[in-house]
Design a protein around this ligand. Sequence first.
Ligand code: 13P
Length: 250
Amino acid sequence: MRTKLIAGNWKMNGRKPMVRELIAGILSRLDVNQRSEVMVLPPFPYIPLVNSLLDATPVLLGAQDLSRHDSGAYTGEVAGGMLADVGCSHVLVGHSERRSLHGEDNALVAAKFNAAQAAGLQPVLCVGETLDERSAGRTDEVVSGQIAAVLEAAGVAAFGRAIVAYEPVWAIGTGQTASPEQAQSVHAMIRAQIAKEDATIAGRLRILYGGSVKPDNAADLFAREDIDGGLIGGASLTAEAFMGIYQAAG
Ligand code: 13P
C-alpha cells in the first residue's frame, strides 16, 4: 500500500509572517490518526526558516526547482547539493510553469532529475498536457513522452527514488480540476509505462495529481486506485485549505 502524500507548492508567494503562520497552522492540524504524509515546497529564500520551524516534525521539505549543474559559474541558479545542505529532501523538476515560462524541455528536465538524485534529493517529476494537446487527443502521447525522456536518461531504477506528479496544464490555477476518471486514466497509463520496465518499482511509485485540488474535490480524486496524493498550489497557501485536503486523504 502506497502512503499518500500531500505536497504544497507555494510557487512565488509569501513573506516571513505568512510563512510562520502557515507552518504553525499546518503543524497544529497534523493528526496522528492520519496515515498521509505532508510536504511543503517554499520559495528558495524561506527554506532555512521553514526547515527550522519544521525541526523534529514529520513534515517533509522540498524546493521548487534546481540547476542541472552541481556548482560553478551559473549566476542565479541553485544546486541540488545546496538544497540538501539546507535541509531539503525533495525537489520539483519540470513543473509546467518551468516548462512553459522558462523553456525547459524534456532533455533539461531529465538532466535536472539526474542532478537531484546525484545530490541525494528525491525528484518530484511533473508531467502534463496542455488543453490543445488534450483536445487533439494527444494526452497519453505527450505524458508518456515526458516520462520516456526521463526513463531513457535515468533508467527505471531511478524511479524507485522518485515521485511523479501528473498536472494537466489546463487544470493548474484555473479552478477546472481533471475529473477523477480523467486523472485516474493518465495515472494508470504512467504506472503501466513504468511497469513495462519494472513492475515492483511501478507498484511502489507514488503518482500525485495536481491542478485545482481543493478540500471539497480531494476525496474523490484520492479514492482512485492510482492517485497517491496531491501536488497543491493555490490551496496550499492557507493551512485550513491545505490541511483540509490532508484530512480528505485519510
Ligand atoms: P493549483 O492547485 O493552484 O491549481 O496549482 C497546481 C500546481 O501547479 C501545483 O504544482
